[in-house]
Write a protein that binds this ligand. Structure first.
Ligand code: S3P
Length: 207
């Protein structure tokens, strides 16, 4: 184990201890009607981490893509193939705006949703955004396991992913909070989110 590994491990267990001391009921009270909105590139863990975060906080978990699929009675891939991306994007804006009226909840958004100015303002007004920041190799390893993402169904998924990340990261960085989603157990990412939420909602409450 290198010195860096030791530092990182200590850091992670510290976060775990800190997360345990957070008053979750108070956190949820401070949230009011706002939703916790997870944003970030495909494969960054919005849905898996989101489900566990919702469970930890006793909130409902909603996946915006599943809601879009339900409203359209089609999969995201079918919507892209049959109606094209602009049609999907306008449905996505409408569905997320509707869902944001139903907080508090944990809401996972599709990777492109936060690129919309309209959606970003809706989120700022009715939610707290968290960017799950992930590195290229981790994300590629995850998305390679599935073929459900229409934007990557081409001859150069790696090049596409690099470009999407380069174009989108400056926008994801506008989220209220950033949490690194590393290849650690999901519960450890949830710990980091809980600690960030406490700092954001409770520690800065008087500022
Ligand atoms: C997209 C991400 C997907 C889905 C659609 C478009 C994107 O969601 O909304 O395929 O533009 O990055 P996930 O981020 O949940 O994979």
């Amino acid at each position: 184990m290198t010195e860096n590994d030791t530092a990182r491990d200590l850091d992670e267990s510290d976060i775990g201890i800190k997360a345990k001391s957070v008053d979750l009921a108070e956190l949820v009270r401070a949230l009011g009607r706002r939703s916790i909105v997870l944003v970030g590139i495909m494969g960054c863990g919005k849905s898996t981490v989101g489900k566990r975060l919702a469970q930890r906080l006793g909130l409902e978990f909603i996946d915006a893509d599943s809601e879009i699929e339900r409203a359209a009675n089609m999969t995201v891939s079918e919507i892209f193939t049959e109606h094209g991306e602009p049609y999907f994007r306008s449905g996505e804006e409408r569905v997320i705006a509707r869902l944001l009226g139903e907080g508090p909840q944990v809401l996972a958004t599709g990777g492109g949703a936060f690129m919309s100015d309209a959606t970003r303002s809706e989120i700022t007004e009715n939610g707290l955004s968290i960017w799950l920041k992930v590195d290229f190799d981790t994300v590629m390893a995850r998305v390679r396991r599935r073929s459900t993402r229409p934007l990557l169904q081409n001859r150069d998924p790696e090049g596409t992913m690099r470009k999407l990340m380069a174009d989108r990261e400056p926008i994801y960085a506008k989220a209220s909070m950033t949490v690194r989603s590393k290849d650690v157990p999901h519960e450890a990412v949830v710990d980091q989110i809980v600690v960030s939420l406490e700092e954001y909602l409770l520690d800065n409450a008087g500022n």
